[in-house]
Design a protein around this ligand. Sequence first.
Ligand code: NAD
Ligand code: ZN
Length: 366
Amino acid sequence: MKTRAAISKAPHEPLVIEEVEVDEPRSDEVRVRVVASGICHTDAIIRDQWYPVPQPVVLGHEGAGIVEQVGAEVTGLEVGDKVVLGPSFCGQCEQCLSGHPMYCTNFYDQNFGVRRTDGSTAFSAADGTPVGSHFFGQSSFAEHTNVVARSIVKVADDAPLDLLGPLGCGIMTGAGAVLNVLRPEAGGSIAVFGTGAVGMAGMLAAKAAGVSTIIMVDIVDERLKFAEELGATHVVNSQSADPVEAIKDITGAGVDYALDTTGVPAVFSQMTKSLGIRGHGALVGAAKLGTEAQFDIGTLLLSGINVSMVIEGDAVPKEFIPRLISLHQQGLFPFDKLTKTYGFDEINTAFDDSAKGATLKPIITY
Ligand code: NAD
Ligand code: ZN
């Protein structure tokens, strides 16, 4: 069938909305009519080729929609089901089998290969040229897309699909890094570096977990002000103050937990130095392959700190996304306050607004 998709053709170039052919879902796939898709910073860095993902490609990996067609071997999903799309994983390697599908041994190929394992793409241009699909298992910047059933999370019939797509990546990443990896104790302290959608989701999760000292660090005053409105107890603009000193002033001895959502090497170093003894820090911010950061092994050895590298909040999406929806329904995780809705034709404006920092989490509605 024909559908409209936003195609990324070259680095730093705007996406182009075109009609493409979407093929029949394979026996393990479902065809989803996408209702809405968040835009994540990762879509922008892949458009700009920080990772070598073949173009042309349909990006988008925070989709939510309605099942329209079900492959012959799919169980547990029916036409009409409302779904949130998650990252792809093989389901068979040792990481998947031990409950860590976001570290799937085949994660890179499955999510950035933009081909099925048989080499085919779900989309093709009018002249028959293949257009990359299955980006993060989904390629949700299309009105219809084919997705492997394994990575789909079914949600309630009355679930607000216009809102839920970002639970499949950015929101899950920030919240999961805190709730699944740092696992803070109530009454503790956390510093979050970067107040984008990922950092704010981490902040809201820390608040939901009862962390009582929440320090947000950024270089944009408006974002810090917003973080305060949403629950930060302290904010630090790291352009006007040394964040490590500021965090030690606030906490006395450093924070119990920290999260770096910037992927900036100097910030990663600041995060390690801001931790108190036996503190635990996590990096989720993405950097170009080959980026190195300084880490004072002499001093930090004595501190007993832990540092984790975290993909997609180390979540099992089918288990974690419903938990986040439940927290949201109880008013304990108000991630809707981070979002702003755009029409499909405004997708490049939404990318620009996100890059400028004007919008934390853009959501495209179809
Ligand atoms: P964003 O661009 O909205 O937020 C980044 C924030 O960092 C901005 O507010 C920016 O002002 C701030 N910042 C930049 N430089 C800084 C500095 N030197 N000091 C302090 N703050 C600084 O992005 P986002 O959507 O929140 O995503 C954050 C990162 O997480 C991105 O790199 C994204 O690619 C990555 N990501 C990783 C995963 C994962 O699985 N690990 C998943 C999703 C997103
Ligand atoms: Zn993402």
